[in-house]
Design a protein around this ligand. Structure first.
Ligand code: TPP
Ligand code: SF4
Ligand code: MG
Length: 311
C-alpha cells in the first residue's frame, strides 16, 4: 500500500475547547495509524457519547458514534463479524467506567483483539464538569458544589484484574510517547487499554497540564519490565503492576503489564466453532433479491459441533 501521511486527516471543524487534551490524543492516534500503515477502510473506531466521543469524526476511517456507555458492545459486534478489521474504542472516563463499566470488565474476560483508548479527564466534560469515576475522593473541581464524595476507580488496576492483557497509561500532551504506546497496543495480540491522562481546561482546574508536568515520570526510565514470559509469573507481574499503578506522589506512565501468553477470544471461538473466522457472519450472504435465504450447508458447517441428534 502506498504511504500517504495525510490520509487519516479530515478537514472538519474540530469542536473541542482550545487547549483540550483531546487534541493531543487525536494527533497521536492519527500518527500511530499512519506509522502502522494500516488501510483506513480496514479500521473501525467506535465511541460512545462525550467530548472524547467526537474523535471518530476527525479521523478518516470507519467510525461509529454510538450510545453513551455502549461503545464496547458495538465494537465487539464489529470485531466478531469482521475479524479482519483493526477495532479501536475511544471513550471518556464516564462513558467507559461509569455507565459502561460492566462492558469494560466483560471485555477483559474475553481478551478479544481490540484497543481501548480511555480519555481520562476525571470529569464529565460534555455535560459541564460533573465528577467522573476517576476523580479522586475529596477533590473539588470547579463545577462541583462540594468535594467529590465517591471513591475513584483506578483504570489500570481494574483492567488488569478484569483480564486485559496489555495495560498502559500515557499523557495526552506527550504525543511521541502516547503514539508509541498506541502503536504497541494496536499490535498486541489480545485486548489492550491505554489510559490517557487528559487535561480538561474548561472543567478540571486541579488536574491541569501543569499538575501533570510536575508529577509524571516514565516507567521505562526506571527499567520497569511489564512483559510476562512464563505463565507462572502472571500473578506476580499483575500484582506488581497494580501496586505500581497506585503511586500518586509521582505518576508513572508507560506499559504496566503485557501478557501475550493467553489465547484471544478469536482463538477460543475457533476451538468451538471450527469454521470461524473463515465463514464470518459479516461477509456471508444472507439474502438474494431482498429475500432471506437459508443455506443449510453453511449452517451445518458453522454449527456442526452443536447439533444434537435426538433420534
Ligand atoms: C444514557 C445516557 N445517559 C446520560 C447521558 C448524558 N451524558 C452525555 S455525555 C455524559 C458524560 C460524558 O463524560 P465522559 O464520558 O467522561 O466524556 P468526556 O465528555 O469527559 O470526554 C453524560 C452523562 C447520555 N447522553 N445518555
Ligand atoms: S469541556 Fe473539557 S474535555 Fe470537553 S472539549 Fe472542553 S476542555 Fe475538552
Ligand atoms: Mg471525562
Amino acid at each position: 500500500m502506498e504511504h500517504n501521511p495525510g490520509k487519516y486527516r479530515t478537514d472538519l471543524w474540530i469542536d473541542w475547547c482550545p487547549g483540550c487534551g483531546n487534541f493531543g490524543i487525536l494527533a497521536s492516534e492519527i500518527k500511530a495509524l499512519e506509522e502502522l500503515n494500516l488501510e483506513p477502510s480496514k479500521i473501525a473506531i467506535v465511541s460512545g457519547i462525550g467530548c472524547s466521543a467526537k474523535i471518530i469524526h476527525y479521523i478518516n476511517a470507519n467510525g461509529v458514534h454510538s450510545l453513551h456507555g455502549r461503545a464496547i458492545p458495538f465494537a465487539i459486534g464489529i470485531k466478531l463479524v469482521r475479524p479482519d478489521l483493526t477495532v479501536i474504542v475511544n471513550g471518556g472516563d464516564g462513558d467507559l467506567l461509569g455507565i459502561g463499566a460492566g462492558h469494560f470488565v466483560a471485555l477483559g474476560r474475553r481478551n478479544l483483539q481490540m484497543t481501548i483508548i480511555l480519555h481520562d479527564n476525571r470529569v464529565y466534560g460534555l455535560t459541564k464538569g460533573q465528577a467522573a469515576p476517576t476523580l479522586p475522593l475529596g477533590v473539588k473541581t470547579k463545577a462541583l458544589a462540594i468535594p467529590n464524595i465517591y471513591t475513584d476507580i483506578n483504570p489500570i488496576a481494574l483492567a488488569i484484574s478484569s483480564g486485559y492483557t496489555f495495560v498502559a497509561r500515557a499523557y495526552a500532551f506527550d504525543s511521541e510517547h502516547l503514539k508509541e504506546i498506541i502503536k504497541k497496543a494496536i499490535m498486541h495480540r489480545g485486548v489492550s487499554l491505554v489510559d490517557v491522562l487528559q487535561p480538561c481546561v474548561t472543567f478540571n482546574d486541579i488536574h491541569t497540564a501543569d499538575y501533570f508536568k510536575k508529577k509524571i515520570y516514565k516507567l521505562e526510565d526506571e527499567g520497569w519490565d511489564p512483559v510476562v514470559r512464563d505463565p507462572k509469573d502472571i500473578e506476580e507481574k499483575a500484582l506488581n503492576a497494580i501496586r505500581k499503578s497506585f503511586e500518586e506522589e509521582k505518576i508513572p506512565v508507560g506499559i504496566f503489564y503485557e501478557n501475550s501468553l493467553l489465547p484471544t477470544y478469536e482463538e477460543r471461538l475457533k476451538n468451538v466453532i471450527k469454521s470461524y473466522p473463515s465463514i464470518s457472519p459479516g461477509t456471508t450472504k444472507i439474502e438474494v433479491n431482498g429475500k432471506s435465504i437459508f443455506d443449510r450447508k453453511l449452517f451445518e458447517s458453522v454449527f456442526s459441533d452443536f447439533i444434537i441428534d435426538t433420534e
